[in-house]
Design a protein around this ligand. Structure first.
Ligand SMILES: [Fe+2]
Ligand SMILES: [Fe+2]
Length: 384
């Protein structure tokens, strides 16, 4: 089925050039245009759409207000903001509202890639209530002690970027959020950033302070103790997987960017577990009971009870937050890499191995099954 995309801009010439730019996509997308926020909401009420891309500055209802309304009324719709970089405060406010940022004037290739990526993410999940639930998530829990530390460091007269980066990199929730911010087109940094140290250095102390103190992109308001796990044990598993992944990538001679990416994918691979625990606590209980009674793997029990897995949920959320496709793929298929279409040794392979090694290291029998057929296909099943 064709994806439906709605562009909203008050300048008719901009809409006209979008129309021309996207002519080649008409076989895959059904494209609509609206000249104002009110117009867009009326159109969406009559005909649901998959993606809405709105200009930041519009008279009456601006892009931020429109995306806020879209989040309330149609939470499953992918939200893109187009901004011309001139209004930094407004653009920073969009961090929690928009899934993707594009700079204006927008180049056709970038626009097509972003929308295709967004539509690809939507294909990972088909359950509408789950999509709606995840699309509302704009932050992940942080460990209260680390949250406190990072706020104090940002408030301190002598606060240092290195210290802020060090604290953030110990917390999966804060790391994911910072990567969403730094990889948004608003800042215009070239290439995908996967290292927290590089992210804080690129943003600089003033932006980091504004993000933490005024825009409160990190939060400690979520619960951190759940029926099935504690956040600290999950974060420590995640960081260990990240470190193992980094050392495998280093041994394999990956480039520094890919080594950083492997670490980050390891950190984030189980982020969907937090979504399940935080948003679907009752299903989570049933899942752990099924694992106990049947001895099946966790993701198999998740699939049976909730129709999806922590891997798919985490991948969907991180994809919506603009993380690179290879990180999203590694998260989505970390338990069953053979289901991915990618058959080369890369970030997915590293995360599958690192996750299994970490579980084995703790003697945790569940969740450590290696996908032997996949490893055979890559010709690495007999490696030690
Ligand atoms: Fe997992
Ligand atoms: Fe894991």
């Amino acid at each position: 089925m064709k994806k439906r995309i709605l562009f909203v801009d008050d300048e008719p010439e901009v809409l006209l050039s979008m129309r021309r730019m996207l002519r080649s996509m008409r076989s895959q997308w059904e494209i609509d245009f609206a000249g104002s926020g009110q117009d867009a909401l009326r159109t969406m009420a009559g005909k649901p759409c998959d993606v809405v891309a709105a200009d930041m500055r519009m008279p009456g209802m601006d892009g931020l207000r429109l995306l806020e309304r879209v989040r309330e009324l149609h939470p499953g719709v992918v939200r893109i903001i187009l901004s011309d970089h001139s209004d930094k405060d407004a653009a920073l406010k969009a961090v929690g509202l928009a899934h993707y940022f594009l700079s204006k004037p927008c180049e056709a290739g970038k626009l097509k890639i972003t929308i295709t990526h967004a539509c690809g993410m939507r294909a990972l999940l088909t359950d509408e209530p789950l999509i709606n639930l995840i699309s509302r998530i704009d932050s992940l829990p942080s460990l209260p002690s680390l949250y406190q530390e990072v706020v104090e460091e940002a408030q301190s007269q002598n606060g240092s970027l290195a210290k802020v980066g060090d604290i953030i990199s110990k917390d999966v929730g804060m790391s994911a959020k910072l990567l969403q911010v730094v990889n948004s087109a608003f800042f215009g940094f070239p290439g995908q950033v996967s290292s927290i140290m590089r992210a804080v250095n690129l943003l600089g102390l003033e932006n980091i302070k504004a993000l933490i103190l005024s825009l409160k992109i990190f939060t400690s308001s979520h619960p951190t103790n759940f029926h099935c796990y504690s956040l600290s044990s999950l974060w420590s598993h995640s960081i260990s997987v990240g470190m193992i992944a980094r050392s495998i990538a280093t041994q394999e001679g990956f480039s520094q960017n890919l080594i950083d990416e492997a670490f980050m994918a390891g950190m984030l691979h189980d982020v969907g577990k937090v979504v399940l625990m935080d948003k679907l606590p009752e299903e989570c209980l049933k899942i752990s009971e099924l694992v106990k009674s049947s001895g099946c793997q966790l993701w198999e029990a998740e699939q049976k009870i909730s129709g999806t897995t922590h891997a798919q949920l985490g991948a969907y959320l991180m994809g919506m937050w603009g993380l690179s496709e290879s990180v999203v793929e590694a998260i989505a298929f970390h338990h069953c890499p053979g289901k991915s279409t990618n058959e080369s040794f890369g970030t997915l392979t590293v995360i599958h191995l690192a996750n299994s090694m970490e579980h084995r290291g703790r003697n945790a029998k569940k969740n450590n099954r290696l996908d032997v057929d996949y490893l055979k296909k890559l010709g690495i099943s007999d490696r030690r």
